[in-house]
Structure formats: C-alpha cells, structure tokens
Design a protein around this ligand. Structure first.
Ligand code: COA
Length: 217
C-alpha cells in the first residue's frame, strides 16, 4: 500500500482528532481524555487549528493513494507534527488550560513534567533539533508503513541539517523509534487511576534522543 505525505489542512482536523482518539489507547491517554465528550473534542480541534501555522511546525497527513479499494483512495490514515527548533531557540514549557471533562490534574502533572524535561534534555544544548510532537495512525491502517513514512520525513530534515531529534514515547511506539535510531534519555513512571482507568496501572513514558546521523549541509 502506498501513502503520500501532504500538508495537513484545516478541513482534515476533525478526521485527525478522530484518528488520535482511536489510536491512542494507552492508559494515560484514556485517563486524560474521555472519548465521547464534545468539549474535549472541540478543544483538540482548536488546538490543532491554532498550531497549524505555528512557526517551525510541520503538520503532515498520510493519505492512502495506492489502495486497490477505490472508496478508500484519498483517505487520511494518519498524521504527525514535527517541530523544528533552530540553533539557540528556547524550548518553552508553558501549558494550555485543559478542557472541562478531561482529567485536568493528570494532564497538568504529566504533560507538565514532560514539558519541563524537554529543555533540560535538549534546550541547554542550543544546537537546534527536530521534535516529533505527535504521531498517530488510524488503527485500521497500522503496520503498513505510514508511521515509518512520517518518521522519515522529520529525520531526513534532521540528517540534512546535521541535527539531533527528540520525542516523548508511549510504550507502544518505543520499538519503532528504536529502529529509527532513538535511544532512551530518561523516563517517568506515573500511577494512572481514575473513573476511566480502574484498576490503576503504572504508565511509563520514555524521553528519547536520536543522535546526529547526517553530515549536515
Ligand atoms: C506508533 C504508530 C504511530 C505507528 O504507526 P504505523 O503506521 O503502524 O507504523 P508502521 O506501519 O510504519 O510501523 C509499525 C510496525 O509495522 C511494521 N510494518 C511497517 N510497514 C509494514 C508493512 N508494509 N507490512 C507489515 N508490517 C509493516 C513495522 O515494522 C513496525 O513494526 P514494529 O512494531 O516492530 O516497530 C501507531 O501504532 C499509533 O498510532 N499508535 C498509537 C499512538 C501512539 O502511540 N503514537 C506514538 C506516540 S509517542
């Protein structure tokens, strides 16, 4: 199956939010975001719409262009956000306010801790880097190479510029990231328990860095 990467457009945003909620089935995501909540869905849509033109950000969709099934041609099957930090640019740690219906305390605690770690691990280097902020593939299309294609997009840029790459990894994606050269640079273990996740479970998030691999240009 062939996928094509294209710039994400405003009209794609509701589909991307649906893909996000369908694909992120780990305990942390389920605990943070109720799935059938209009305010939460709207918050996600607005967040993506607002950030589409953020300087340094590249939002991409993976589109199914090669399937034999005519009705599925042109279907958005996944999306990602790569963010480029130029040399000397500060990595911000500010958080948004969370939507009603989300687990605001858990969002604040976990996304806050992750945001704080990013400049500690990368910002002080001030060498610039590529940051994979979001990556999701529709479960119906997983395991067919769309995620790898979206990975390669940012990593090719990083290689071209002779820069590192950085990401926060959910447990399900660690193997994929390792295959692309990312290595663990830190971790957090968080006890997750609320009305959507019971009994509670430990959730492990990894911080991963891919060293400079390209020669730069
Ligand atoms: C992580 C994620 C984005 C990967 O997307 P994907 O489109 O399935 O990625 P790929 O198809 O490129 O690779 C996934 C696996 O399929 C395999 N694969 C890739 N192309 C394949 C093909 N043509 N045929 C069969 N298998 C293939 C890969 O080897 C990979 O195996 P691995 O699990 O051993 O690494 C997807 O699983 C997802 O959305 N997960 C939930 C959200 C999430 O955790 N996102 C990451 C946030 S940190």
């Amino acid at each position: 199956m062939a996928f094509t990467l294209q710039p994400l457009e405003a009209k794609d945003v509701p589909t991307c939010v649906a893909i996000y909620f369908a694909s992120f089935q780990n305990a942390h995501s389920l605990a943070c975001w109720p799935r059938n909540n209009a305010a939460v869905r709207e918050w996600w849509e607005n967040m993506i719409l607002t950030e589409l033109d953020e300087p340094g950000s590249q939002w991409l969709k993976a589109v199914d262009t090669g399937t034999g099934v005519e009705s599925e041609k042109g279907q958005v099957v996944g999306f990602c956000k790569w963010r480029f930090f130029r040399i000397g640019e500060e990595v911000g740690t500010e958080l948004p306010s969370w939507p009603e219906g989300s687990d605001e305390q858990l969002c604040e605690r976990t996304f806050g801790a992750w945001a704080e770690r990013h400049p500690v691990l990368m910002g002080s280097r001030r060498r610039g880097h590529w940051y994979l902020e979001i990556l999701a593939t529709d479960p119906k299309y997983q395991g067919r190479g769309a995620g790898s294609q979206m990975m390669r997009f940012g990593l090719e840029q990083a290689d071209k510029h002779g820069m590192e790459a950085y990401l926060e990894a959910s447990p399900d994606a660690v193997r994929l990231y390792e295959r692309f050269g990312f290595r663990e640079a830190g971790r957090t273990d968080t006890w997750i328990e609320n009305e959507r996740v019971r009994p509670g479970v430990w959730y492990r998030n990894l911080f991963m860095i891919r060293p400079v691999m390209g020669g730069g240009s």
